[in-house]
Each structure stands twice: as C-alpha cells, then as structure tokens.
Ligand binder design. Structure first.
Ligand SMILES: [Zn+2]
Length: 63
C-alpha cells in the first residue's frame, strides 16, 4: 500500500490487483467474502490463503 511508482505493464497488473482487492473488501462489507462470485459456494480456505482476493471456487475456475 502507498506504492505509487508506475513502470510499464507492471502498473496495469497492480491496478488490476488493486481492483480485485477492492472488490474483495466490498464482498467483505456485504458478508459475501470467501464465497464464489459465480455459484455462491464457499471458497476453500486454502485458496483464500493463497489469494485473498480470489473470486471463484475450484469448480468455476476450471470452467
Ligand atoms: Zn463457484
């Protein structure tokens, strides 16, 4: 957080990552954090630990 340097494509990745994190925080506000965006199932804790801003469960990710 607070990192403002922008170097080529890296900044795009960072913006995208920021958007994912903001979306995850919004889901947290609405009590939907940790649930798949597509089917509403709970996402595995392991997946959340690996990527807290993850938006889909195992099943939907493969789709
Ligand atoms: Zn799902």
């Amino acid at each position: 957080m607070g990192e403002t340097h922008t170097i080529g494509a890296t900044s795009i990745d960072r913006d995208h990552e920021l958007q994912r994190v903001e979306a995850a925080l919004k889901r947290l506000e609405h009590g939907k954090f940790g649930h798949c965006l597509y089917c509403g199932d709970r996402i595995d804790l392991e997946r959340l630990q690996h990527d807290p801003a993850i938006e889909s469960c195992d099943t939907c990710e493969e789709d």
